[in-house]
Design a protein around this ligand. Structure first.
Ligand SMILES: C[S@@+](CC[C@H](N)C(=O)[O-])C[C@H]1O[C@@H](n2cnc3c(N)ncnc32)[C@H](O)[C@@H]1O
Length: 208
């Protein structure tokens, strides 16, 4: 494990040990955009969906309520995963939980949907970005879809106190261009619990 990775994990464990669910800027009781993007794919309810950097987001709760059967939530923070499990109670058993760094995580599983809201944008160096993209390519099945949401070029420059990389629809498309074809791209505002606005770029991709 490199020192950089250790710091990253520490940062997130600290956040989840010290901040309440409703006191983080990314808090969303109903992740409407993500839910719409997933449901409009019209995938089967037994499709495999992985939420990367899912933290203790409510996406998994809503997808379970919609009848999706094969949910995986991956996060670098064990504290985040424990919080989500606790909240879901007995339903947590229906979910696969993985504590791992998205850039180094290895799996023999293949997924139909790879969803990431506000985790990828923390990767600010080219090597990590490359590793992440390689991982998406490996983990997604042939017809699989990638759904990615990051801060836009008119959004904040930091999140949870650390720098992020902003993306426009164009730069996100270009970043994934080698292996993925953009299906859809748009910008959308997220209202934080502190009544501030964060502009996001969302794109969906299929494999080339
Ligand atoms: C801003 S929060 C967003 C949480 C959730 N996706 C949402 O939309 O509510 C970023 C999340 O990504 C996780 N994270 C950050 N870097 C990561 C990495 N390299 N691998 C896996 N998870 C990571 C953090 O622990 C945190 O839960």
């Amino acid at each position: 494990m490199t020192e950089g990775m250790f710091d990253r994990k520490n940062h997130w464990e600290n956040i989840y040990q010290n901040k309440q669910l409703e006191n983080v800027s990314w808090y969303q009781p109903k992740p409407t955009t993500s839910l719409e993007l997933i449901t409009e794919l019209s995938i089967a309810k037994n499709a495999k969906i992985i939420d990367i950097g899912g933290g203790d987001s409510f996406l998994v709760d809503h997808l379970l309520a919609l009848g999706y059967e094969h949910m995986t939530v991956l996060d670098i923070s064990e504290a985040a995963i424990e919080r989500a499990k606790k909240r879901l109670g007995y339903q947590a058993e229906q979910v696969t939980w993985i504590v791992a760094d998205a850039t180094t995580f290895e799996t023999s599983e293949t997924y139909d949907v790879w969803h990431d809201r506000a985790a990828f944008h923390f990767l600010t160096n080219d090597e990590d970005i490359k590793r992440y993209i390689t991982n998406v390519d490996k983990a997604l099945c042939k017809e699989g879809r990638l759904i990615l949401g990051t801060f836009s070029t008119s959004g904040p420059l930091k999140c949870s106190g650390i720098p992020i990389k902003q993306y426009s629809i164009e730069s996100m498309t270009k970043t994934f261009d080698e292996m993925f074809e953009k299906q859809k791209g748009f910008n959308i505002d997220h209202k934080t619990p502190f009544d501030t606005i964060q502009n996001f770029t969302f794109c969906t991709f299929s494999k080339k």
